[in-house]
Design a protein around this ligand. Structure first.
Ligand SMILES: [Zn+2]
Length: 97
């Protein structure tokens, strides 16, 4: 599986975790009247779930697929913004690429 495909899969997983966090906060707020702790738990959950993001790096130049310059975006680049490599054809190290 290419680097881009893996990164897209991660992006979808992050959206699912985000939905779960919002749901958690909404449900706790509904039943307990306050959601400060649930909100904190949601943030921590998102941070943990997003940790693998740092592994999606271009194998030619090492640039992260989720970075556009200094900004981090939700969706990965298909083409590396630094060296122009097609990340959809690059295999991850796990695949022996
Ligand atoms: Zn690159």
């Amino acid at each position: 599986m290419s680097l881009y495909r893996r990164a897209v899969r991660h992006a979808w997983r992050m959206l699912a975790v985000l939905a779960l966090s919002v749901l958690l906060v909404a449900v706790v707020d509904r039943f307990y009247g306050h959601s400060t702790l649930a909100f904190a738990a949601g943030i921590i959950l998102l941070l943990i779930a997003n940790a693998p993001m740092l592994r999606f790096n271009c194998q030619s130049c090492g640039k992260n697929a989720f970075f556009r310059g200094i900004f981090v975006v939700l969706w990965p680049n298909r083409i590396c913004t630094r060296c122009g490599d097609d990340l959809d054809t690059q295999l991850t190290k796990i695949d022996g690429g």
